[in-house]
Design a protein around this ligand. Structure first.
Ligand code: PGA
Length: 256
């Protein structure tokens, strides 16, 4: 893991955007795995500002609520459209988001995995982290080998996400999410976390044992993961000074 600690979520998102921009420069038809939530908003804003060419890019989103139609204001379809897709030049046919209204859920999940494979696999997966360490909606105790499937949200995640809904009772109980095994097959992972609320989950994911109790900790086993943090999210890291030193003293050829 490469731990990149920046003073603010803005600067951390600028670093993350440079990582994505570099990939698109090297591979204009890259396959991106995308995330929703508050965390990637600044990354998306920066990617929009850079006016990158997404005309040959394919995207797969991590997750969607079960029971919310694409037009529902709190669906992740809407979130992605409003915050990213409508501002860039990606053809709609190249966008993939799990279908929360699928009638045959296991069949849909198999199909989603097949679509990722048919696209050549994910080059770079953007990830947030839940305050409980979840990635995608893979809640604690999710199988570290799991594939795209239906999951039940924990009360804590429903509470964390209630701010997007009119009231907490409206937050769906179920979701479709890429599995941890699916995420681990991405060629590169880019985990973002901002704010004090994430500091415990980040400390456990980066410096704790690999355990399904903190699903993000599995990224310790991923060969190319970058973690972009603001100072508040990094506050629980024992070796923060070391990570800062490493980043500040990277040889030029390693910089993006
Ligand atoms: P957030 O969610 O970005 O809204 O904090 C992150 C997550 O739950 O993965």
């Amino acid at each position: 893991m490469e731990i990149i600690i920046q003073p603010t979520s803005e600067t951390a998102s600028t670093v993350a955007a440079r990582i994505v921009a570099r990939l698109l420069l090297e591979k204009p038809n890259a396959v991106l795995g995308l995330a929703t939530g508050s965390t990637p908003l600044l990354l998306y804003r920066e990617l929009i500002r850079l006016k990158l060419d997404f005309s040959r890019v394919t995207t797969f989103n991590l997750d969607e609520y079960v029971g919310l139609a694409p037009a529902h204001p709190q669906s992740y379809h809407q979130f992605m459209w409003e915050n990213f897709f409508r501002h860039i030049n990606i053809p709609q046919a190249q966008i993939h988001i799990p279908d929360g209204m699928a009638k045959d859920i296991p069949g849909f999940c198999r199909h989603y995995e097949q679509q990722i494979a048919a696209a050549g696999g994910i080059d770079l997966q953007v990830l947030g982290i839940g305050s409980d360490g979840h990635i995608g909606f893979n809640e604690p105790t999710s199988s570290l080998a799991s594939r795209t499937r239906i999951k039940t949200l924990t009360p804590r995640t429903r509470q964390d996400n209630a701010r997007f809904f009119a009231n907490a009772a409206e937050v769906p109980h179920h979701c479709l999410t890429m599995g941890i095994g699916t995420i681990m097959e991405a060629r590169q992972c880019l985990l973002l976390a901002f704010g004090e609320n994430k500091s415990r989950a980040i400390a456990a994911a980066v410096e704790g044992p690999v355990t399904s109790m903190n699903p993000a900790s599995v990224l310790q086993m991923h060969p190319v993961t970058k973690v972009c943090l603001d100072a508040a999210a990094a506050a629980g890291l024992e070796k923060a000074a070391y990570y800062r030193w490493v980043y500040d003293n990277k040889p030029d050829w390693q910089r993006f």
